[in-house]
Design a protein around this ligand. Structure first.
Ligand code: SF4
Length: 234
């Protein structure tokens, strides 16, 4: 079986397990963009609370931009690392409002995927993970967010090599999958859920995993050294 065939097989097996979802996300692309920054290394509930508190205290994006930094940090404190995220949010809004005259990114719908990625990736605090999440969830563009779960599971089953970086994994997986936003959304969601629920960092539940017959990590006796997997706790 080629790596492309294996990628498509794993995609199908998880489609069967979790079911096909229509693309969903926040209605407002600005919510998706700032929410994605808030969501890094925190739970969904903490992200939602941080976003809601921020918008209650600072109802306009201009007010968020101009808020005293300690006040904004306090407003988003339920999201981890608020002291890192708050300056990024303010820098992002400063650039966005200066360039576009308002905090509105609806125009990205009219750009090509490449143009939209380039435009987003030069903004403060925005990297490939945030830009692919935004472009896929809000604008239904055919990109693939590769977060820690997607990276780990695809590397363990062996469709991504042991030394491949997360950035390179994005390109390899994208080339193997149909260039279709719904397919890519489902691939992302299903591998994300599988990494959260079954193929967890320290104790993957291989006995209940539908990918087990095709998993290089399991076949190796879980001895493969993978760049996506942290060293085990002593
Ligand atoms: S068999 Fe185990 S290591 Fe392989 S994908 Fe499934 S849970 Fe992860």
């Amino acid at each position: 079986m080629t790596l492309v065939e294996k990628t498509l097989l794993a995609h199908q097996l998880l489609n069967d397990q979790y079911g096909i979802q229509a693309i969903y996300g926040y209605k407002d692309p600005m919510h998706e963009l700032v929410g994605t920054i808030l969501s890094h290394r925190t739970t969904h509930d903490n992200e939602v609370t941080a976003y809601r508190t921020m918008r209650e205290r600072f109802p306009t994006w201009e007010a968020v931009r101009d808020a005293p930094l300690p006040d904004l940090i306090d407003a988003i404190k339920t999201a981890n690392y608020p002291e890192v995220k708050a300056p990024y949010i303010q820098q992002l809004l400063t650039v966005l409002i200066a360039e576009r005259g308002e905090a509105n990114i609806d125009f990205l719908a009219d750009l090509s995927t490449e143009e939209a990625m380039q435009w987003l990736n030069r903004l403060p605090g925005i990297g490939p993970k945030t830009s692919t999440l935004l472009l896929l969830f809000s604008f239904h563009k055919p990109v693939l967010p590769v977060d820690t779960h997607v990276y780990r599971v695809t590397q363990r089953i062996g469709v991504i090599g042991p030394k491949v970086s997360a950035g390179k994994a994005h390109d390899l997986l994208l080339a193997a999958l149909p260039a279709d936003a719904v397919e890519l959304f489902n691939f992302h969601k299903h591998f994300y859920w599988h990494g959260q629920r079954t193929c967890t960092w320290y104790t993957p539940k291989c006995s209940e995993c539908v990918l087990a017959p095709h998993c290089d990590y399991l076949k190796s006796g879980k001895t493969l050294i993978l760049s996506s997997t942290p060293s085990r706790k002593k």
